[in-house]
Design a protein. Structure first.
Length: 146
């Protein structure tokens, strides 16, 4: 049985879609992520007015090890700006991003991270490796539910 605290923790979902050079969708995936300890610290500090606690970037990396609450970085990180932020419901924030054809070519992407403006890791997701080529673009939507 889950405790009250476990039932009320923020959750996240990462949606990814890959297209080839002709714009044809190759695959889609949707999966849950882990909000790490430093992410919870950022939320608490943001509520207290501490600057730079908002999510500013997406990172991709090469570490496929299962996420742990103590994770603090993305391995061999390549960073991307958040393209847009949406609020589809009062308790949901949605971050959109794109990894273009020319980005991270030849990288074996195994992890994704949400990064705060101060550089802290907020959330981390690992998955089956994606071989990033110049013929592949990935669009993403990362939702955090409070």
């Amino acid at each position: 049985m889950k405790t009250f605290d476990e039932l009320n923790r923020p959750t996240g979902t990462l949606h990814l879609m890959a297209k080839n050079e002709n714009g044809i969708v190759l695959w889609r995936s949707t999966s849950r992520n882990m909000i790490v300890s430093s992410g919870y610290n950022s939320v608490a500090q943001a509520l207290a007015g501490v600057p730079d606690q908002y999510i500013k970037k997406i990172a991709i990396g090469t570490n496929g090890m299962e996420p742990q609450t103590t994770d603090s970085e993305i391995t061999d990180a390549v960073f991307f700006d958040i393209e847009s932020v949406e609020y589809p419901t009062p308790e949901t924030v949605r971050f959109r991003f794109t990894i273009n054809y020319t980005d991270a070519v030849d990288m074996l992407i195994c992890e994704f991270g949400l990064i705060c403006a101060d550089g802290r890791l907020f959330a981390r997701k690992t998955r089956e490796p994606i071989e990033k080529t110049k013929l592949l673009t990935i669009t993403g939507m990362w939702e955090i539910n409070l």
